[in-house]
Design a protein around this ligand. Sequence first.
Ligand code: ARG
Ligand code: ASP
Length: 729
Amino acid sequence: MMRTVFFKKALAVAASAVLASAFLTVKADEGMWLPSLISQRIGDMQAKGFRLSAEDIYSINQASLKDAVVLFGGGCTGELISSEGLLLTNHHCGYAQIQKHSSVEHDYLKDGFWAMDRSEELPNPGLEVWFLDRMEDVTGAVLDGYEPGMTEQQRDSVVRTNSEAIAGKAEKDGTGLRADVESLYYGNQYFLFVYRVFKDVRLVGAPPSSIGKFGGDTDNWMWPRHTGDFSIFRIYADKDNNPAEYSEDNVPYIPKKYFKISLGGVSEGDFTFIYGFPGRTQEYIVSEAVRYISEISDPHKIALRTLRLDIQDRYMSASQAVRIQYSSKNAAVSNSWKKWQGEMRGIRKMNTVETKKENERLFEEWAAGSEYSGIVGRLDSLYRLMEPYAFAADYYNETARAIELTSFAAEYARRLEKAAGVSSPDEATQARESAKRLAAAFYKDYYMPIDKESFIALMDMFDRNIPSGFKPEYFTESMGRYGSAEAWADSLFGNSVFSDSSALTKTVAAACADGVGTDITLLTDDPAVEFGNEFRKWYMEGIRSVVQRLGSEITLLYRDYMKGQMEFNKDRALYPDANLTLRVAYGSVQGYSPADGTYYLPMSTIEGIMQKDNPDIFDYNIPQRLRDIYAEKDYGEWTVTDASGRLTVPVCFIATNHTSGGNSGSPVINADGDLIGINFDRVWEGTMSDIVFDPDLCRNISLDIRYVLFIIDKVAGAGHLIDEMTFTD
Ligand code: ARG
Ligand code: ASP
């Protein structure tokens, strides 16, 4: 009897599971959860092995793990690992800082950098880290004054006014606070996030790129991986431990909480948890939007970037100076280029457009006669209307805006124009100084042959792929006048005063000579400025305005569609899309099968580094020191014995945690809340996870903390940093 009842119930559960999974199923390990609501997930986390409580993860009453996690540099995550403000993030997250301190004489990218005492730690003006002080559901207060029947503009203005008031009030609660109200679930919910912002963040250490970027863009987004992708910073505070601008008198920040480090390592199946700031996902968009991404936008953007990368690579391999100048830019261009390829293939492989279409049919069936009826159709038509504009916007970003000289020139002229326009001499000086700084940074890393060739290639593509009705008149006229992109480039780069930094300095000095107003017509008439301005005007007036108008109609519909999806999937918790707010993702260490007949193990070791090592290939040329250590098996206390009894050092591992761009540098935490690694990437076959998550293929890639310690100790000889850390075992 019992048996049959149980059986029937099981069948019913199975049947409803099948039904539900036809729609939006949040499969095992998918999801980026809000820390303040983690009590809703903690049961599941504990069932999967986690041994701490929800309060340990997020608490406003006591120090919790959230107090050891920061938003680093506005786009990465970092974590505190000592009571003296020591912070760990990725090499690629600190890359811009490492690069800024580098020159041919002191090439920290190439040779690495290690501060041997605190006085050698390098300041980084402009770099900020944000600690989340608290977060709070403020939906009621944000919508206070909103009444059904208001137009979307009226609603927006209510939301904006209330949000500013709420955030403004929150910022007055203490020093260095910064508050934002963020929309979740397309405006179905609003949360206040209050951060403490620290501005004195110094570079402490970075391995050479041959370790920190080992495998380079060849291995980027790939598994098996052997990249030692970490760098170390230190947060400084004033004498009262409060945030302060850089000052020599500042002292190391004493955090409320820092991670203890576990040397226990991982095995397949172990629970892992990622705490960090994923930037952007779009898990709930309609099939039509996915089709645009995978069939149109991604392929075009990939093609445009292939052209730029080929040009950069050619000049970079010919000159070490150019390699330094373009390393950071090249990595950024290459990174999305490669991700989009994985994303496009993943979406196609998963048949996401078709699956979503089928789900949309089921949704519409369910919604018949309700307020949700017809939403999908309306979204589809709006997307179709928007497509040529979205395409033009993509092209603008990947062509005109990718040309360095013209983008710089237009921005420089804007700043000088501002200087000429303001009445207070102080403001004028400030604007002029900011233009000067912009120029200094620009020329340090500018190599015109790359830019000019890119100009030609990109303008040719623009000409070929943007329909004539959409092209800016300025573009058509210029192409007509010069006859080709080459001739146009010769004229523009040949005649622009910006092509020569000393000519620019002289021109500006002459314009400002009388000390009062500045006559900058010389600059605004410059062909580089003209190019930047004309394209910008075309984009702002003809493209962006339409994208924004249709975009806000689309967002409005998504608000209802999202609400409908949550009702349609009542028994399933749907996580809010990532929006660079703090999230928890949990899962386990797992290998995967990228193709028939192949299975990838979840861990890599130093053996793989030696297998890839090749002095003739830039990306795989490791430091001699590492070769020597390997030859002598001199791994010290970081030695582990692998399954076959061999002595080795663990390097990276993969797991099923749902992460996104922004999760780089995130702490990887074990079942006891201790640090076992640093997240830095995803596998290529799974980069569609920003749009659709496949539990079989989506894996995040982390650096094993023991490899980090091995490098610091054995390769860098910076053991004093390890002495600052706390170990659990
Ligand atoms: N793919 C990683 C992320 O999206 C690492 C990127 C930096 N590394 C590189 N080789 N470009 O940020
Ligand atoms: N590498 C990415 C980052 O910088 C992480 C990812 O997209 O998985 O945040």
